[in-house]
Design a protein around this ligand. Structure first.
Ligand SMILES: Nc1ncnc2c1ncn2[C@@H]1O[C@H](COP(=O)(O)OP(=O)(O)OP(=O)(O)O)[C@@H](O)[C@H]1O
Ligand SMILES: O=C(O)[C@@H](O)C(=O)CO
Length: 421
């Protein structure tokens, strides 16, 4: 294993896996820290954690455990993947995890770069934008767990880390690798070793990635990995053929616990022409709706792939959270989807489309999938994946990724149909 990655959620990890696989690396995504060694032909290993919103001390402990495992696999470079909208609070978990990883690796500098231009996330003068809006005016300021009320990444990160936060501006990034390296060096020497680097376009990320060839630790969104496969290829370290991937046209189902705007559009579009069952918090909480009932309904559908969704608008979500408690409700719904997935697979389903980071984590853990191999891209940031130990093809979609027809497209790609992005 050459590149060792730690992802703070499951969909984000598959986003990173997608970038590295597209770059020609053999990638495996692990669910949590594996108990034994990885397969010998893996070039980039990604340990997916559910550590984005857990208490900082727990996130640090889990991330260090993942790092130790990756070091044990022989990795020479490490990447900490967080969300391209920098989801965190003044307490963490991005800063504390960066500090701990740097300390354990003896790294005296690192890059902070959540840019992902293909999905509209860019960094200019240290500020993160979503499309043409500052992060703090993009809707992310209302996020239920990590409200992002300041787009200045330097200011947002400062209380999270014990180290100085530096900055490399776009004008320097545009000058290319040597200028970027010099600037990072200058920041580190000035006592600001955690360096936010501007990136607006993929070519900026490529230049940063190439410049980071000898950096022990990088941190960012999936975009920061764009240039890394070239570095390993230049040293003849990559297999000439990426591993083969084939789809399956077995029975399928779609599960959506994501309430993000894009997922709700996707649910509405899909439900226009295919069978869809809404899961309602009030009914779940009193046992009126159960995984058993939902799976029974799904297996009866003969006119299209069934969609089971709890996706709802922000007002309904808020009202349900007030009635049942945010965490209790989330836990019940996540367990609902995990159990539904277990029963669907037991009944013969081999293709699963899952929407939502937390929901995906619950489903993958609930199914006990220890490792995923990475297939073709369905939409920017969303690959098709396959369980390594059984005939199960999946996709794990982040809330705001994909276009309105994502579910239909995903079912096709999991089947092995070619799709042109
Ligand atoms: N109708 C609902 N009312 C309240 N909570 C819900 C409802 N439906 C789902 N949830 C919960 O909301 C959370 C949605 O988070 P999830 O990470 O799955 O989606 P997301 O936030 O859109 O995705 P991402 O993190 O990838 O952007 C889950 O914990 C889920 O159980
Ligand atoms: O970086 C992103 O935006 C995604 O991979 C993600 O982490 C969403 O949860």
């Amino acid at each position: 294993m050459l590149l060792g990655c730690i992802g703070d959620d499951f969909t984000g990890s598959s986003d990173l896996a997608n970038t590295l696989a597209k770059g020609g690396m053999r990638v495996t995504q692990y669910s949590g820290v594996p108990g034994g060694p990885g397969e010998p032909d893996v070039e980039a290993g990604i340990v997916a954690l559910k550590s984005r919103t857990i208490p900082p001390a727990e996130a640090v402990a889990l991330s260090l455990k993942a790092l130790d495992w990756l070091v044990g696999q022989g990795c020479r470079q490490f990447l900490f993947k967080y969300c391209s909208t920098f989801d965190s609070t003044p307490a963490g978990n991005i800063g504390p995890v960066i500090d701990a990883l740097m300390q354990r690796l003896g790294a005296d500098r690192t890059i902070v770069c959540p840019a992902f231009p293909a999905t509209g996330r860019s960094i200019y003068q240290g500020h993160l934008f979503v499309g043409d809006r500052l992060l703090s005016e993009s809707g992310m300021e209302h996020h239920p767990l990590t409200p992002m009320t300041d787009a200045d990444l330097r200011r947002w990160l400062a209380p999270q880390t014990k180290q100085g936060v530096g900055h490399v501006a776009a004008t320097t990034v545009f000058q290319g690798g040597p200028a970027i390296l010099d600037a990072i060096d200058g920041e580190a020497k000035a006592g600001r070793p955690v360096v936010v680097v501007d990136a607006i376009r993929d070519e900026d990320l490529l230049a940063i990635g190439h410049a980071a060839r000898d950096l022990r630790l990088l941190t960012g969104g999936s975009g920061i990995a764009l240039g890394l496969p070239d570095n390993f290829r230049a040293e003849n370290l990559l297999a000439s053929e990426p591993s083969a991937w084939t789809g399956s046209d077995g029975p399928a189902a779609i599960l959506s616990g994501s309430c993000s705007t894009m997922t709700r559009t996707q649910v509405a579009r899909y439900a226009e022409t295919a069978p869809a069952l809404e899961i309602v918090p009030d009914k779940v909480m009193v046992g009126e709706q159960s995984p058993d009932g939902a799976v029974g309904w799904a297996l009866e559908q003969t006119d299209g792939v069934p969609l089971i969704y709890s996706s709802a608008d922000p007002e309904s979500v808020k009202a349900a959270q007030q009635r049942f408690g945010r965490d209790q409700l989330a836990a019940r719904l996540e367990e609902f989807f995990a159990e539904t997935a277990r029963r669907l697979c037991a009944a013969g389903v081999t293709r699963l489309v899952v929407a939502g980071g937390e929901t995906s984590g619950a489903v993958v853990e609930g199914l006990g999938l220890s490792a995923l191999s990475i297939g073709p891209e369905i939409a920017p940031g969303v690959p098709a994946v396959k369980a390594s130990d059984r005939p199960l093809w999946l996709t794990l979609k982040s809330g705001n990724f994909g276009d309105a027809d994502f579910f239909q497209t995903a079912l096709g790609v999991l089947k092995g149909e070619h799709h042109d992005g």
